[in-house]
Design a protein around this ligand. Structure first.
Ligand code: F6R
Length: 611
């Protein structure tokens, strides 16, 4: 979704802002803009990509050592030049960039119109720019006070940065519900909606909290609340380096991230699984393990791929720990009237840690008195800060919009959690617990063996590049893998795909099967193997094309299926971690063959920060 960058220092701001906006492209956007400060404030903005913005500004004076930049993902008003940020107030006293949504913008706009304000765009952000200016001029107050007072009148979420024409040597930034990070340099500060644009300049950062306002000049950062209470900035060191956010020789971030799964799983288990002591240790939730052991119920919440990981979690907790689990879409959970007990454990899963619906669901669960745990990838993001305890996935930055390594890292954490709780509870035997621990150590090498089949998978993907529909089937632990396979195909190749529990096919989707329909089946050797073989026969009897993920050495399915991808044998509960990988590669190559923008699929945003 929308991205923010800002710079104040003694370097030229424009290249820093453009570079930063390019780093934020992965978030998804439809227009871009910058405002630069010299002896006046100049705004350049247009619909399209950052490259279009550069073309638009070509030949103009883009000097200035203070500036702000924005990539917009349209919410209020279509993507066009007028609606792009930055927005100027009517009398050009303020320019502003803003992420989030001002929910009461129409009533504020009405009041401002009555006071003579006119508007150039359809955005809620321009309303905020004019509200700040109105308060500033009417009240004859400082820019900072005008911003703080305006924010007390706003309902909604924001991460914003403002420049005032009369106080040009400062940036004023504020956050409520939409993240902002300040990079602390030497006589310079950087601002961004996440750390990716900052990391090449400094590792020292300050994460703003909700209701924080930062008043930033070249040599000073003053932090206070909207109510004017002074705060002490807490400078943290980012554990991130520039290689992690570059493509490193791969054509796309998605492919790089698929290949990183050998190391991301290893990083996720490092220090948590000891093959020598044959133990699992999760420091982040150590104190709540007794509560988990005694839990009457676990509610898992998430969206998209994180919800699919949650589905695997349901099977794992029920199998290992015999705890009933409900997996909920965060967006549904929060808008129904869910029954939440004080002794419920709510487990929120999110790669970005910023998904608005998941955050709102967490708040709801906390208000109801439940213990809320998080599984999150982005260190310092909002979800780990809102939850009582949690476990980071340590998958490293995920830049491709389609989630890949975050999914396997989430499933890895869920598996470790369920094993630990089950073992402590006595519902998972020591023998199986230790067998799982030993097998975890083999997974990176097994993943590598699957990735070594890239060329074969690429070849088979080509055959299905012109499909218009696809069906994904799986059973048990592998049903969520079918859902995830279908989601991956849909989001990056725009082919309609459905994931189904294989046995459910007979209750409807079987009607879709004809000679045009590829059916991707997860059919590894497990307790449902015979059943899934029957499901494959049902598809073949109706002339569907079967592409099956099978266990190495399977001769039965290779006789029936049109294509098989063999994967190394593993323990049944760990199979999602391997079987999903061919699906990720198939989606990737189908999208590439179709000429789709793999890393930035249309209409999608990496983190969905609006509700
Ligand atoms: C799919 C995808 C999305 C996200 C969803 C939740 O590839 O990336 O479905 O999984 O938007 O995002 P997080 O995990 O950041 O809460």
């Amino acid at each position: 979704m929308c991205g923010i960058v800002g710079y104040i220092g003694d370097k030229q701001a424009y290249p820093i802002l453009i570079n930063g906006l390019k780093r934020l492209e992965y978030r998804g956007y439809d227009s871009a803009g910058v405002a630069l400060r010299t002896n006046r404030t100049q705004v350049f903005k247009c619909k399209g990509k950052v490259q279009d913005l550069e073309n638009h500004a070509k030949g103009s004076d883009v000097s200035g050592s203070i500036g702000i930049g924005h990539t917009r993902w349209a919410t209020h008003g279509e993507p066009n030049d007028q609606n792009a940020h930055p927005h100027s107030s009517m009398n050009n006293k303020f320019v502003i960039i803003h992420n989030g949504i001002i929910e009461n913008y129409s009533s504020l706009k009405e009041k401002l119109i009555k006071r003579g304000y006119t508007f150039q765009s359809d955005t809620d952000t321009e309303v905020l720019a004019n509200l700040i200016e109105y308060i500033y001029l009417k009240g004859e107050v400082s820019a900072e006070l005008a911003v703080r007072l305006a924010l007390t009148k706003v309902v909604g979420a924001y991460g914003l940065v403002v420049i005032c024409d009369d106080e040009p040597d400062k940036l004023i930034a504020a956050r409520k519900g939409s993240p902002l990070v300040v990079g602390v340099g030497n006589g310079e500060y950087f601002l961004a909606s996440d750390a990716t644009p900052i990391i090449e300049y400094t590792n020292s950062v300050i994460y703003l909290n909700d209701n924080d306002v930062a008043i930033i000049s070249r040599d000073e950062l003053v932090l206070k609340t909207i109510q004017n209470d002074k705060l002490t900035p807490h400078i943290q060191q980012l554990d991130l380096d520039i290689e992690q956010i570059e493509k490193g020789g791969y054509d796309h971030f998605m492919l790089k991230e698929i290949f990183e799964q050998t190391s991301s799983i290893h990083d996720t288990i490092r220090g948590r699984i000891s093959t020598t002591n044959k133990e699992v240790f999760l420091g982040g939730i150590n104190d709540v393990i007794p509560q988990l052991v005694n839990a009457r119920r676990i509610l898992i919440i998430g969206c998209g791929t994180s919800w699919h990981a949650g589905m695997v979690g349901e099977y794992l907790f029920e199998e290992f720990a015999r705890i009933p689990v409900e997996v909920e879409y965060a967006s549904e959970f929060r808008y129904r009237n869910p029954v939440i007990f004080k002794d419920d454990i709510v487990l929120a899963i999110s790669q970005s840690g910023e998904t608005a619906d998941t955050l709102a669901a967490i708040k709801l669960a906390k208000e109801a008195g439940a213990t809320v745990l998080g599984i999150c990838n982005v260190v310092g993001s909002s979800i780990p800060r809102e939850t009582h305890a949690g476990v980071y996935t340590h998958a490293g930055p995920e830049i491709g919009v389609a989630s890949t390594k975050a999914f396997t890292a989430q499933v890895t954490v869920l598996t470790m959690m369920a094993m630990l709780v089950g073992y402590r509870k006595g519902t998972l035997s020591k023998e199986v617990y230790q067998e799982l621990i030993a097998e975890f150590a083999n997974l990176p090498e097994k993943i590598k063996r699957i990735l070594d089949k890239e060329e074969d998978i690429k070849e088979l993907s080509k055959k299905y590049m012109d499909s218009t529909n696809a069906l994904y089937l799986g059973r048990g632990f592998l049903f969520p893998v079918a859902l995830e396979g279908a989601l991956k195909l849909k989001e990056i190749s725009y082919i309609h795909a459905e994931g189904y529990p294989a046995a459910e096919m007979k209750h409807g989707p079987i009607a879709l099967i004809d000679e045009q329909m590829p059916v991707f089946v997860v059919a590894t050797k497990d307790k449902s193997y015979e059943k899934i073989v029957s499901n494959i026969q049902e598809v073949k009897a109706r002339k569907g094309h079967v592409i099956a993920i099978v266990t190495e050495g399977d001769t039965v399915i290779s006789e029936m299926a049109d294509h098989v991808v063999e994967i190394p044998e593993t323990l049944e509960p760990l199979a999602p971690l391997l079987t999903v990988i061919p699906f990720q590669l198939i989606s990737y190559y189908i999208a590439v063959y179709r000429g789709c923008n793999v890393d930035q699929p249309r209409n999608l945003a990496k983190s969905v920060t609006v509700e």
